[in-house]
Design a protein around this ligand. Structure first.
Ligand code: ATP
Length: 267
């Protein structure tokens, strides 16, 4: 469990600027979290319970976990992050208690974002587990989620690439009822992601990210990250080769257009 009981300024995401594309998701989350903190009095007078729980779903590598880091940083929230399998393995025999404890911890740390990654592994459909452990865990989740709302200052986010495996009761109104789909990025989104990820990378002036974004159809954000990382390694080799074993004198490895295009076309 990653537990940050002070606002996240730990060198992770620096906020929305680190996210390329995903504009609809970003706007939905901003409205849900930022509005109530800017206008708490108005929300205190709103009689209907406001939704504060989100399920992010979509193919692997498409930014579900990444956007959570950005939310935490942008909204200065405390952050408790739990990976699904970790919760079941670490607390064998006491998993429901662990769920209770995590929600209490989040309430004590409010304003806090409580994040369950790989949620399908802890909250699968009930009735299929001979030991009954996951069924009890799901029941506990239902109880805890019923107690969470905007005014408690706890935002529960969960992520999965297999929403079809989740117990349907978790997705009923009032629980994880804001469903946000992180799909493969469009060409424009790939360009945005490439710009964000390459912000700190030395690039030759001939690099045309727009061209790369057209060459990388069906790439996820994680694939684009891997592409840049491979290009950077290639640039390191080129620099070392050009020095023939001699000193690089602090020269930076620069990514060239040729390298980037060659790696993109092979992927
Ligand atoms: P999984 O289902 O496998 O957990 P995921 O959807 O949670 O995948 P992330 O871990 O969020 O995927 O993304 C992997 C990496 O890809 C991130 O660390 C980031 O570097 C990059 N990335 C993905 N999407 C984006 C994006 N929209 N903007 C910037 N970087 C992104």
């Amino acid at each position: 469990m990653r537990d940050i009981t002070k606002p996240a300024t730990d060198g992770g995401s620096s906020g929305w600027d680190d996210v390329g594309g995903l504009n609809d998701i970003r706007n939905a989350i901003k409205e849900m979290i930022e509005l109530p903190s800017r206008f708490p009095n108005v929300f205190a007078q709103a009689p209907l319970r406001m939704r504060s729980n989100v399920l992010l779903y979509g193919p692997p590598g498409c930014g579900k976990t990444h956007i959570v880091g950005a939310v935490v940083a942008a909204c200065s929230l405390r952050f408790i992050s739990v990976k699904g399998p970790e919760l079941l393995n670490k607390y064998i025999g006491a998993s429901e208690q662990a769920v209770r404890d995590i929600f209490s911890k989040a309430a004590a740390a409010a304003p806090c974002l409580l994040f369950f990654d790989e949620f399908d592994s802890i909250a699968p459909k009930r009735g299929h587990d001979n030991t009954g452990v996951t069924d009890r865990v799901v029941n506990q989740f239902l109880t805890e989620l019923d107690g969470v709302e905007v005014l408690t200052g706890v935002f529960v986010f969960a992520a999965t690439s297999r929403p079809d495996l989740l117990d349907a009761a978790l997705l009923r109104p009032g629980r994880l009822d804001r469903l946000l789909f992180c799909d493969f990025p469009s060409q424009q989104e790939r360009l945005d992601i490439l710009k964000v990820l390459s912000r700190k990378l030395p690039m030759a002036s001939d690099v045309d990210l727009e061209r790369v974004s057209h060459m990388t159809e069906e790439f996820s954000g994680a694939d684009l990250q891997a592409l840049l990382s491979d290009a950077q390694l290639e640039a390191v080799h080129e620099l070392l080769d050009s020095k023939n074993g001699g000193s690089t004198n602090g020269e930076m490895p620069v990514i060239t257009s040729a390298v980037l295009k060659s790696i993109a076309s092979k992927a």
